[in-house]
Design a protein. Structure first.
Length: 426
């Protein structure tokens, strides 16, 4: 059974890696093939230079992701079949032979640290080479490493207690430890949704109340019309790190906030901001966030139930390069290898996400003017250098939002006055 798992795991890892490379190369080739001409639906409002910038930016990011994917696959092989996890475990066993839970925490944290160190050069290159080249990066190296330290400290402060709780339950809670852990994990995530806007997000960014009274009144009217109650309207200093723009809801229950990037407010007028917010409200009214949370809880329930069985199977460890069984190694192996077994399900999740986006667009068209949402999206596509010509198959695997041409066409059809896009953005 162990050899069967080894063969299956290595085969799937090779398959997913080759698929990622194939999709990435297709995506770059497709973008570059369409680089010389702006799609007809956009040729009156997006210049050829802007279109080519988006093509080159998307291609550069994709090429980097392919190299990063190869590095991640190699690291996973080293960790498992190569005996890397067993080596880490053996080193900590010598130092903490009588403290399994503490040892387990150190083994898992060591593996996560190594993974983070492998990913660090790619994150740095993305910010200071690619984003810098295309005019998006606003961070300094000092800010980059400061953010990294902050993320690590916050992750440590929040994650370590949860990790110890998981290992304690696995060791002493009996046959149904996985069910108790699922309850703890679910409560933890709901708590994080509630406290993130007020206590965690301000560690990384500054949030100030929306100062434009006219815009604030307009937005509050829309919120009341849609039955949305929030803790407030805030502007985030996104421009300190990037020139990309965005808007989002955050929080859960009474802690919900509406957050606008300052870069977004600088680019869009009041009509367009209202339309973008109406789209986000569409996610709220269709309960997309609640449904995704419920789906995440359901998938986690199944995953932990499966782990509850796998951790009792000796072949699960030996088939993945680990000779000494333990609760913490079962948890770590499951965390590392499960994405390989789930990769081919990505198109299903991406399709579900795009369906949600279409539903939110339809809601926006009913509660604002679809033409202004089109205007806003076209500006954001242009200013964020989002490609207008993604490879359809690559998009089906990776894109949570519909391709620009499809989304704009649907919104235009929903508009009460079907004006050509060129008329909307002048």
């Amino acid at each position: 059974m162990a050899s069967t798992l080894t063969t299956l795991f290595v085969s799937l890892l090779i398959l997913t890696t080759i698929t990622r490379l194939w999709l990435g190369r297709r995506h770059v080739a497709y973008i570059q093939t369409h680089r010389s001409k702006v799609p007809s639906a956009f040729d009156q409002n997006i210049s050829l230079d802007a279109h080519q910038k988006a093509a080159d930016y998307s291609s550069a990011k994709t090429r980097l992701s392919l190299i990063e994917g190869l590095a991640q696959a190699a690291l996973l092989l080293v960790f498992t079949i190569g005996g890397g996890l067993q080596l880490i475990d053996s080193a900590w066993r010598e130092m903490l032979s009588n403290h399994e839970i503490i040892r387990g925490a150190f083994v898992i944290l060591t593996a996560l640290l190594v993974s983070s160190l492998v990913e660090l050069p790619f994150d740095y290159y993305k910010s200071f080479i690619i984003d810098e080249r295309f005019g998006f990066n606003k961070m300094t190296p000092a800010m980059f490493f400061s953010d990294m330290v902050k993320h690590s400290l916050v992750g440590f402060a929040l994650g370590v207690p949860l990790l110890f709780a998981a290992l304690w339950l696995m060791q002493g809670a009996g046959e149904y430890w996985w069910l108790y852990l699922w309850v703890v994990w679910s409560v933890f995530n709901l708590l994080m949704l509630a406290i993130y806007p007020t206590f965690i997000a301000p560690i990384f960014n500054k949030f100030s109340p929306l100062a434009d009274e006219s815009l604030k009144t307009r937005i509050e009217t829309l919120l009341r019309k849609c039955g949305f109650k929030s803790q407030g309207l805030f502007v985030m200093d996104g421009s300190t790190r990037s020139s990309h723009g965005n808007a989002y809801f955050t929080g859960f229950g009474a802690s919900k906030r509406v957050v606008f990037f300052d870069t977004l407010l600088d680019r869009l007028d009041a009509n367009e901001i209202e339309a973008v917010l109406a789209h986000e409200l569409g996610h709220f009214k269709h309960r997309h966030v609640v449904k995704r949370i419920a789906l995440m809880f359901f998938v986690t329930f199944l995953g932990l139930a499966l782990l509850g069985w796998l951790k009792q199977q000796a072949w699960f460890y030996t088939g993945l390069g680990v000779t000494e069984t333990s609760d913490y190694m079962a948890l770590l192996l499951f965390m590392l290898v499960s994405p390989v077994f789930l990769f081919l399900l990505r198109p299903l999740m991406a399709s579900y996400s795009r369906k949600n986006e279409f539903e939110a667009d339809e809601y926006a068209a009913k509660n604002a003017d679809a033409r202004y949402l089109v205007e806003a999206l076209v500006k954001l596509y242009r200013d964020n250098a989002s490609t207008l010509t993604p490879d359809p198959l690559h998009s089906a695997f990776y894109d949570s939002h519909p391709p620009a041409s499809i989304r704009i066409a649907r919104l235009t059809s929903l508009s009460s006055t079907s004006l050509p896009i060129a008329s909307l953005t002048k």
